[in-house]
Design a protein around this ligand. Sequence first.
Ligand code: ADP
Ligand code: MG
Ligand code: MG
Length: 438
Amino acid sequence: MSKLAKFAEDNGVKYFMISYTDLFGGQRAKLVPAAAIADMEEDGAGFAGFATWLDLTPAHPDMLAVPDENAVIQLPWKPEVAWVPADCIMEGEPVEQAPRNVLKKLIAEAAEAGLRVKTGIEAEFFLLTPEGDAISDPFDTAEKPCYDQQAVMRRYDVVAEICDYMLELGWGPYQNDHEDANGQFEMNWDFDDALVTADRHSFFKFMVKSIAEKHGLRATFMPKPIQGLTGNGCHAHISVWDLDGKTNAFAGNAGGQIGEVGLSEQGGYFLGGIMKHAEALAAITNPTVNSYKRINAPRTMSGATWAPNTVTWTGNNRTHMVRVPGPGRFELRLPDGAVNPYLLQAVIIAAGLSGIRSKADPGKRYDIDMYAEGHTVKDAPRLPLNMLDAIRAYDADPELKAMLGNDFSASYIKMKHQEWNSFVSHFSNWEKQHTLDI
Ligand code: ADP
Ligand code: MG
Ligand code: MG
């Protein structure tokens, strides 16, 4: 009996949702009855790749999404359905640009270097009205709403239901809070291997949206859904371990400013890779037009955007692109809620490995409040100001493109240029207001 057929029998699953994530982060799925899962488990479920964002044509042969049976998750809110992330295959070969394949290739490369990357993410979200045009809680209006006790309790039914499910799934959730924008929440669970975190990140988005819908609300991970309020970040915490996962290769004392914050030489180089490729990797960590309303943003109503503007790193200080909150790990604060869960992990490993290979220097540590004193920093690059600048920076970084795969990079750049062209051909109200009477 196939592993998934057995899983269905043991757990009362009626349908499997065979799911893959396309280049724009969309989750695509087929619902397969348990009676038909044995064949699909081996051969995969067929998809017309062109119908999703994967840079395929209508003439391409069928793409097959082969479920990863080790990653199956039974939906806690609908136990007769089980979600299985899948790997995209075409004519017996992995589809190079499919995000989960890109990540698996980089994990294998890290393993060849004797390294195992573990990460945790903080996927912030807003709870809006079903139409998505207003914060769902009309009383959530405080100027500094972060950790608002009363407001988090008004959304207790949604938050606790999701947290209960994470407990049930064994993810090790440990805190939930109201975040820095009105209507914004964050839920944290334990870090794990990069692929596990990427699958959980995908599932978390699916779960949050589903439970919000169940309660008559709409959840969004959009980077900046409401002008003037803090946006949805998706910080990533990163550490690198030896292959058996017991020794943290990032913990140590490399000496100098790196050693002072508890990072090893290797940790310093990995960080150096992130710093070196930051402007380019923003094309992946901040993938949408709207992403650039979150970074480089003016001060928000709460007093701070909590998002970076420049490529700088620091110790336990939340105003820079990279924060080292404690020994043996660091936090990349650049990614936002639109980030593709698989490409996020992939680009971190790609930049980090490239940094280790080239012994990249992360540069000077800044221990200042970047929001108040950022103007005093003269030598740090600015993050891209818009999606086009980011795509161009990515295109101009041959090392990062090769690390992620040249086929993937070519597809990604092509699709993102198309998206940008669609955006700029859109006639906006702003231009009318600013040009009508000229
Ligand atoms: P903060 O808000 O201070 O940035 P959170 O507690 O919200 O931090 O999130 C921290 C994330 O980092 C969690 O997912 C946690 O499991 C993860 N994390 C903690 N230690 C490590 C580590 N050594 N390596 C990778 N991730 C880690
Ligand atoms: Mg947090
Ligand atoms: Mg954080």
